[in-house]
Design a protein around this ligand. Sequence first.
Ligand code: DNO
Ligand code: MN
Length: 356
Amino acid sequence: MKMTFRWYGENDPVKLEYIRQIPGIDGIVSAIYDVPVGEVWPLESLQKLKARIESAGLKFEVVESVPVHEDIKLGKPSRDRLIANYQQNIRNCAAAGIKVICYNFMPVFDWTRTELAMELPDGSTTLSFDAAAIEKLDLSKGISLPGWDSSYQADQLRALLDEYAAVGEEQLWANLEYFLKAIIPVAEEANVKMAMHPDDPPRPIFGLPRIVKNRDDLARLVKIVDSLANGITLCSGSLGADLCNNIEALVREFGGMGRIHFGHLRNVAVEPDGSFHESAHLSCTGSLDMARILRAYHEVGFEGYVRPDHGRMIWGETGKPGYGLYDRALGAVYLNGLWEAITKFVPANSEQKDAA
Ligand code: DNO
Ligand code: MN
C-alpha cells in the first residue's frame, strides 16, 4: 500500500513542504487545473508539476482527476474529438510517469453535500449530506462546491439539466461503454490504469442518472472492457454512504480481481434515511470499520495507491472544505498505523474474514 495525499497545486494553502512532513506519505495526487475540461493537458505542464513534486521529495504517479467532458457523458457528436483529447491526455500522463488516472462518470455534479461546515460536538466542522434537504436545494442560482473540477452558472446549469432530461441510466451506460472501448486500449498501451471513482453520494440526485453506486454497478463496469486497465477507485466514504454496500466485501471481490488501482479511505457516519456526515477517519467515529477494510486490502495482497479522502476542519484551519491539512494528516497516520499492525500480525491471503 502506497500512501498518497491530494494536492491542488501552488494555489493550495496546504503546502507540499508541509505534506512531506507527514510520516509515511509516499506520493502526491494532483492534476492540471488551468486547462478547460475536455482539452489536452500539455506534456510540459505535467512534467513541470512532476518536477515540482519531486523537488519536495515526493512521487507523482497518480492523477485525480482527468475530468470527462459532459458531451461524452451525454453522447453528443462532439464526443469523438473530446475522446481523442482524452486519449492524448492518457498518453501525456504516461509520458510524465503517471501510473493511475482517477476519473468519474457522474453527470454534472461531482461529490454533493448540503452543508460544507456542519459543526460536530467537538467544535470541528465537516461536510454533510441531508437526504431531505437535497431536493430543496435552489439550483436556479447555479452551484459550485470547492474540490469540483467545474462550477456552473445558473443558465449553463439549466441548459445541461435539460439536455440530461432525455438520458436515463441505460443511455448513460451506453455512453460509458463507447468511452471505455475507446480509451482502455490506449491506457493498456500506455501502461496506465484507469480508476473510476464511484458516485458520491451513491444515488441519483436532482433527477440525474448515476450508475456507479454499488457492487452490481462495479461488476458491470469492469466487464465492459475486460482489462486490468479498466479498474476502479474504491472510495469507502462514497460507497459507504449507502449502508447496503459492504466495503470489505467490495475490497475482496474487486481487489481480488486486481481491479482496485486506488483506494480512497475515509469514514462516514450514516443515518437510516441516507443522510450522513464525514466523520474523522477513526472507526469508532463513523459507520465504517477501517481496520476491517484495511485487513481486506491486505488479504488480497493490495500494493496500490491509497489516500486519506476528505477531512474535517480542525484546529482553526480554514480553506477548501474537506481538503485541509490537519485532519487528512491525522487520517494518513492512523491508516498507516493500522496497516503496520495488520501487515505485521495478520497473514496475507488468510480466509479469516470474521475472526472474533
Ligand atoms: C470524493 C472525492 C472526489 C473525487 C472525484 C474523483 O469522495 O474523492 O472529489 O476526487 O470525484 O473524480
Ligand atoms: Mn473519494
